[in-house]
Design a protein around this ligand. Structure first.
Ligand code: FA5
Length: 347
């Protein structure tokens, strides 16, 4: 009777010594393919079981030999893989003690800082922030604000026209009529920040492009006292806890009465200094009660509803807040100005 054990042991020992001699993953893989793959030698041997005199002994010897080869082969393969991994880890290791790249931190332009602060103050008082078109029609920039064609108030803003009816808005007050149109007779409490454009000559306090924040409140029983209290709270939050507000009578075609608003000088607290040109007061914005004609044109009955509006220049507030002496510095993208300003904020 055939001694299957010796037969398979002999094959096994031959393969085990091949595995022993193998010195790479490739060599081990080659042995695996040659002996253990589907078309490998062990599969061929297995097919011989049909001819075996003692199928059980054949099977047992076959399995023992195959299993031992497989286990030894896998163990050696794993060892090689581990060695390879360790080698590449060693090669690719990063020295975490080396100094990193020094990226320069960005600094926010003071203009945007103040814009956000103004928005936050009014949102805190229950206002919502709206937007409006920068290119707008004559109807919204002037007509619906009680400034008909040939009204001399148009000259004050000397506007930049795109064609006969379209223009770059000269103030954010143009948004008032858009908002009233949308609100369809319901109460309004909004602010609207945005760019504005005028044919002004550039100097230390004027720019042909600047930004304003418009405020508009419409409801029943709104009065000038509400406007004053609102602007005083704004001044106290923006400039100084003891800020006071003063109204001087003025003229805007879309408000009646109209006022220029001054705040008490936050630098000298009213005593008089260079910041307030010795007067104790600083002019910051224009405001007034919404003109009955404006209310009527936008579908509000002035007998029932009243409202106030104001428009503040963002650059001018930023200049006051941080002592910037020239409005043109905001637009020159000179990093030295922004860095200098940032030191002021940290001080
Ligand atoms: C107006 O533009 C009115 N629409 C404001 C208003 C709104 C009044 C609602 C009543 C009711 P005025 O032209 O004064 O008003 O401009 C308002 C603010 O914009 C000024 O106080 C100033 O801070 C700023 N401003 C005006 N012109 C310039 C300019 N050329 N450069 C920089 N800031 C400017």
């Amino acid at each position: 009777m055939t001694d299957y054990k010796s037969f398979f042991d002999e094959i096994k020992n031959k393969v085990l010594s091949l595995i022993e001699e193998a010195s790479s993953i490739e060599e081990i893989t080659e042995i695996k393919n040659k002996y253990l793959s589907k078309k490998g030698e062990f599969s061929v041997l297995m097919s011989k079981i049909r001819e075996a005199e003692d199928k059980k002994a054949f099977g047992e010897a076959f399995n023992n030999a195959r299993n031992e080869i497989e286990a030894t082969l896998e163990a050696k393969l794993n060892r090689f893989k581990e060695e390879k991994l360790n080698e590449s880890l060693k090669k690719e290791s990063v020295d975490i003690t080396l100094p990193g790249n020094n990226y320069k931190k960005g600094i926010e332009n003071p203009f945007y800082k103040v814009k956000k602060e103004i928005e936050d103050i009014f949102v805190g008082m229950g206002y919502t922030v709206e937007t409006g078109p920068e290119i707008d029609s004559d109807k919204y920039v002037f007509e619906l604000l009680n400034i008909p064609k040939d009204h001399p108030a148009r000259d004050m803003q000397d506007t930049l026209y795109i064609d006969d009816t379209l223009l770059l808005r000269s103030h954010t007050s143009s948004v008032q009529a858009h908002i009233m149109e949308k609100a369809k007779g319901k109460p309004i409490k909004i602010i609207c920040p945005g760019k504005t454009f005028r044919r002004d000559d550039d100097d230390m306090t004027h720019s042909h492009q600047f930004a304003q924040i418009e405020g508009l409140v419409i409801d029943k029983n709104i009065n000038l006292g509400n406007l004053k209290a609102t602007l005083e709270l704004f001044a106290q939050k923006m400039f100084s806890k003891d800020s006071k507000v003063r109204f001087r009578s003025s003229y805007f075609p879309f408000t009646e009465p109209s006022v220029e608003v001054d705040i008490s000088c936050f630098n000298c607290h009213g005593k008089g200094c260079p910041t307030c040109k010795g007067t104790g007061w600083i002019e910051i914005l224009g405001a007034g009660m919404v003109h009955p004609n404006v209310l009527k044109m936008s579908g509000y009955d002035p007998e029932i509803y009243s409202g106030y509006a104001f428009g503040v220049g963002i650059e001018r507030v930023t200049m006051l807040r941080y002592g910037v002496d020239d409005i043109r510095k905001f637009y020159q993208s000179d990093i030295r100005f922004i860095e200098e300003f940032n030191k002021k904020v940290e001080e």
